[in-house]
Ligand binder design. Structure first.
Ligand SMILES: [Zn+2]
Length: 108
């Protein structure tokens, strides 16, 4: 997914020209569509516009931004997840081919 990054290490998935943290120009960046769960929150109310019960996870992309993602599943901290954007909302789901015990495969 596309985004922006700054020399001050601020990173975001939105296309920004000016860093909200330090005020310098940001550079375009391309983030991987996967990350790790930092925190997971079970919601007891269903957000408007969503028909299924959804939960919220804070997901960190490696060397990239942290994202608030909706998820229909139950996640644990450090789970590896795949992130998809739909209509401006981020959704994540756990990667089925992996248990939380395994390390990420080495990227080519
Ligand atoms: Zn900055």
């Amino acid at each position: 997914m596309k985004g922006s990054k700054c020399r001050c290490r601020y990173a975001t998935t939105s296309q920004r020209r000016v860093c909200p943290r330090c005020g310098k120009m940001m550079k375009p960046a391309e983030w991987p569509d996967e990350g790790k769960v930092l925190t997971f929150t079970r919601l007891h109310a269903i957000p408007a516009g969503l028909k299924d019960p959804y939960n919220l996870a804070l997901v960190a992309i490696e060397n990239g931004p942290k994202l608030i993602c909706w998820t229909s599943g139950i996640l644990n901290e450090n789970d590896s997840v795949t992130i998809v954007e739909q209509k401006g909302n981020m959704f994540c789901s756990s990667r089925p081919d992996q248990t939380s015990e395994l390390k990420d495969p080495v990227k080519a």
